[in-house]
Design a protein around this ligand. Sequence first.
Ligand SMILES: [Zn+2]
Ligand SMILES: [Zn+2]
Length: 219
Amino acid sequence: MALTPDRVRAYRDDYRAESIRAGYHGWRHLATMTAICITAICVAVSMIVSLGWAELAIIPITWVIANLVEYGVHRGPMHHLSVGLGRLYRRHTSQHHRFFSSELMAVDSHRDFHVTLFPAWMSLFFVGMIGVPMALATYWLLGRDAALLMYAAIVLYYLVYEWLHLSAHMPKDSLLGRLPPVRFARSHHGLHHDPCKMRRANFNFAFPLGDWLFGTWER
Ligand SMILES: [Zn+2]
Ligand SMILES: [Zn+2]
């Protein structure tokens, strides 16, 4: 069934009526998620005792790994129903991809952040599920301070991912929507919101490293 603009609008009405509670405030949601991430980053960095210049290479290495994890999770369980991760599939493919299409990419108000940002508790889950095992592996290989730096870098990547994905769904003429990196993210991610391409192209949200490496980058 084609995802026409009329169908998208009808689904938006249903989603808003059924899934967004009256007291929900999108900017408060964004502020809560941002505060959780910045607190985690500050705590981790404040616990670092000493770092050499060479250890700062952990930051770009972590971001490359995080980019590939983001790519794999989006291309895999977010678009293919899998055991134990059904909620992730329903939230992304069944809700997010029906709420936004290539033609209707922008939110109508801050209340539509509900279908774009992960719930704050899910942010904690992702950061814990991905960040803690990677930090523990780094602790075992390189020690405590390197592990703390890696953890902070993962949380920062997640924060940038959430902000950029949300920005890609802001109106083109909004303050965020006019920024050059956001214009790129909107064009890259907008193509992924074409139902014919959502399981084939542009799985990275902001930095298309995984798409480039695995040949799924379409322009
Ligand atoms: Zn999206
Ligand atoms: Zn998707």
